[in-house]
Design a binder for this molecule. Structure first.
Ligand code: ZN
Length: 267
């Protein structure tokens, strides 16, 4: 459970869109995790579905994406996404668009929004002075070390110290709901596996947090997920709960657009 007074996510409505933002926003960066509230998609994708890989109306997804980016103050045409293949590759990006064959993006480009999508998988967002990163980390990615890989890549690119990094774990399926078989449990460290009368469950976010802490990022600089996706149909899509017919949430991070304006001398 989060400590009292610790950094946490706060649910806000910006324009029509409801999303989680950090209680203490990081200096020079925009960080958000979306909910399903505030979009135009019809059932079973209602309402703020951001996933193009779903069977939703592409025009609705496009409008939903536009709303989220506008609410966050991201300029048009400045969205970078990842192909998300459940691997551990991290890709440095300089340009908008879909970057295939990767699950994590890292950049030093101001005002380039990195977005990862999911519906139970963990979206991990990380901020260092002068660089940001976003990773899609489901059970395969987390078991294979994606949370550590993406923070390592961020440290290398920014040359920051781990104590200057903040990590935001977005909404994912919680240890309350994430029942797995022995085959999946065996891929995780024992401390991330819960065995009781209810069966075997994995703590995806806890496993990710421990990987990041092991790199020297302080516990207090790691923000826990705002919600279990499976538990909260009012806020979250859940691939498991909805048997695959559902939308996708986003984790979004960007270096503040104003930083680019300042760099270009426009302000
Ligand atoms: Zn749950």
């Amino acid at each position: 459970m989060p400590n009292v007074g610790a950094m946490h996510w706060s649910l806000d409505t910006l324009d029509s869109v409801s999303l989680w933002r950090p209680s203490e926003p990081p200096l020079g960066a925009i960080v958000a995790a979306t909910t399903r509230l505030g979009g135009v998609s019809a059932a079973p994708f209602e309402a703020l579905n951001l996933g193009k890989s779903t069977a939703d109306d592409p025009a609705a997804v496009e409008e939903n994406r536009r709303r989220v980016l506008a609410a966050l103050g991201i300029p048009d045409g400045r969205l970078a996404t990842a192909g998300q293949v459940h691997g551990t590759r991290v890709t440095e990006v300089h340009t908008p668009g879909l970057h295939v064959e990767t699950d994590a993006l890292v950049t030093r480009e101001p005002a380039l929004a990195l977005a990862v999508s999911g519906a139970d998988c963990l979206p991990l967002l990380a901020v260092a002075p002068g660089a940001v990163a976003a990773a899609h980390s489901g059970w395969r990615g987390t078991a294979a070390g994606m949370p550590a890989e993406v923070v390592r890549a961020l440290l290398a690119l920014s040359k920051a110290s781990p104590i200057d990094v903040r990590v935001y774990l977005g909404p994912c399926i919680g240890s309350c709901c994430y029942h797995v078989g022995e085959d999946v449990a065996a891929r995780f460290p024992a401390e991330a596996v819960i065995r009781d009368d209810a069966g075997i469950r994995v703590d995806l976010a806890g496993a990710a947090r421990r990987q990041v802490e092991a790199l020297g990022v302080p516990r207090a600089a790691i923000v826990d997920p705002p919600a279990c996706t499976s538990h909260h149909p009012e806020w979250c899509y859940s691939h498991r709960r909805d048997h695959g017919r559902t939308g996708r949430l986003w984790g979004v991070v960007a270096l503040d657009p104003d930083a680019r304006l300042r760099r270009d001398g426009a302000v």
